[in-house]
Design a binder for this molecule. Structure first.
Ligand SMILES: Cc1cc2nc3c(=O)[nH]c(=O)nc-3n(C[C@H](O)[C@H](O)[C@H](O)COP(=O)(O)OP(=O)(O)OC[C@H]3O[C@@H](n4cnc5c(N)ncnc54)[C@H](O)[C@@H]3O)c2cc1C
Length: 394
């Protein structure tokens, strides 16, 4: 196994932004400085969905700004230049058809058909190791809630659930044939049990020789480190590879609010330190069991990403271990992505695409997570400014 490795530094902005022109960096810095204004994000995240609902003509403004920063395009074809540009720097792409919250079987079939198209597309264009799937894109939220509550389903609901399983089998089967993976996103706690069960059922079927199906573990949840370990036991007992994507979790405020409103204990960790501790323990656990776990470290946290790098080093594993992958969202944390790729790690950008109005909820989440904390510029903005300053001197 290779032992000489390039030292990774997430401070290296030259490598991080080598794929961007100075004009593009200036535009990104301008956008992140706007997003840093908390008041603007507060108003924007309320008004943008409303303007789309009222059919006001804001699509072109959104498309030229925040959409361009965080999304690949409205169609797969439009994503191709971004994918190829990343690939030049050894960064791969996880395709994410960003349409959320649909409600009818016709819409679910359409979403599944779009994901099948993405899988075929991955066959024609290299550098796409995974496509992502949100179960709420192919199943009714209410049905998932009912399954989570372990309530008895009506005949119609049973049929609907079998249709969901059929859609998921079609996706996994196509991914298996195309030699790529399926990453199943984690969403709200009150629908997660059936998502987990579906993911494990698919893994049992498809993850024999190689991990095709990955489930997502949200370590901002109090219970998930133990759940990860129990999934591992189940996989070991049944002789299949466990595929997991490790995230902290994206719905913290919504989760806490619901727990207060409905008077049950919050499923979320009491503080950030506890979320970080469990995340890092999960990274340790997965890297300790890389023979039987295929794992994606999906994080913008530099310490967690570096922890994984150090563990790989300590264990003398190759940087490009086939069971270890890193991923960051497109438009964020290029300092992690490109420096990892430069050092030979498997790393990809998670690239959402789809009609502008359909990815608005995703864009609003990105704006919120990049607002200023305690009046400080976001990490993204500081890194962009640093690189612009360096370039202005050369
Ligand atoms: C490739 C990729 C795929 C993703 N897929 C999913 C997915 O399927 N499902 C999903 O839910 N999210 C997903 N996310 C988003 C992810 O969950 C995080 O919201 C986001 O990446 C920020 O966390 P971080 O690890 O980058 O680190 P950081 O920026 O260090 O951590 C921020 C996160 O820490 C947690 N946190 C912050 N404050 C507290 C607190 N006071 N108490 C407890 N926890 C706290 C929250 O989860 C917050 O988002 C994905 C992210 C990436 C990069």
């Amino acid at each position: 196994m290779s032992s000489v490795k390039t030292k990774v530094s997430f401070e290296n902005t030259q490598i991080a932004f080598s794929y961007k022109s100075t004009g593009e960096l200036k535009k990104a810095a301008w956008l992140f400085s706007l997003i840093n204004q908390n008041w603007l994000v507060k108003i924007g995240t309320k008004l943008t969905p409303l303007f789309f609902y009222l059919k006001l003509p804001i699509k072109s403004v959104v498309r030229a700004t925040i959409y361009k920063q965080f999304c690949g395009g409205e169609s797969l074809k439009e994503c191709a230049p971004a994918i190829e540009r990343l690939a030049i720097h050894h960064v791969e792409t996880i395709l994410d058809y960003g349409v959320e919250a649909k409600e009818t079987d016709d819409e679910f079939d359409k979403t599944a058909a779009e994901i099948l198209k993405a899988i075929s597309f991955a066959r024609t264009i290299q550098h796409i190791p995974f496509v992502s799937v949100k179960v709420t894109g192919i199943a009714a939220f209410g049905l998932l809630e009912k399954l989570h509550r372990k309530e008895k389903l009506s005949d119609g609901e049973l049929l609907a659930w079998n249709l969901v399983k059929g859609r998921m089998h079609r996706l996994c089967n196509a991914a298996h044939d195309a030699g790529i993976g399926i990453m199943i996103d984690a969403e709200e706690t009150w629908i997660q049990d059936p998502v987990d069960e579906l993911a494990m059922e698919m893994m049992k079927f498809y993850n024999k020789a190689k991990a095709i199906v990955y489930n997502t573990i949200q370590l901002y949840r109090i219970d998930r480190l133990n759940v990860l370990k129990s999934f591992f036991e189940e996989a070991s007992e049944n002789n299949f590879l466990l595929g997991v994507k490790l995230v902290r979790g994206a719905y913290m405020e919504k989760e806490r609010r619901r727990a207060i409103e409905q008077n049950y204990p919050s499923p979320i960790q009491p503080n950030k330190e506890a979320a970080d501790r469990d995340y890092n323990d999960a990274v340790n656990f997965c890297i300790d069991h890389l023979d039987k776990i295929s794992c994606c470290i999906a994080s913008h946290n530099e310490k967690s990403s570096m922890l994984a790098v150090n563990l790989v080093d300590e264990k003398g594993l190759p940087a490009a271990h086939p069971h270890l992958h890193f991923s960051q969202l497109y438009g964020m944390s290029d300092n992690i992505t490109f420096n990892l790729a430069h050092a030979g790690y498997n790393v990809s950008k998670y690239l959402p695409y789809g009609p502008v109005k359909d990815v608005v909820p995703y864009l609003m989440r990105r704006a919120q997570e990049n607002t200023s904390v305690a009046g400080q510029s976001s990490r993204e903005l500081l890194l962009l400014k640093k690189e612009l300053k360096t370039r202005s001197k050369n």
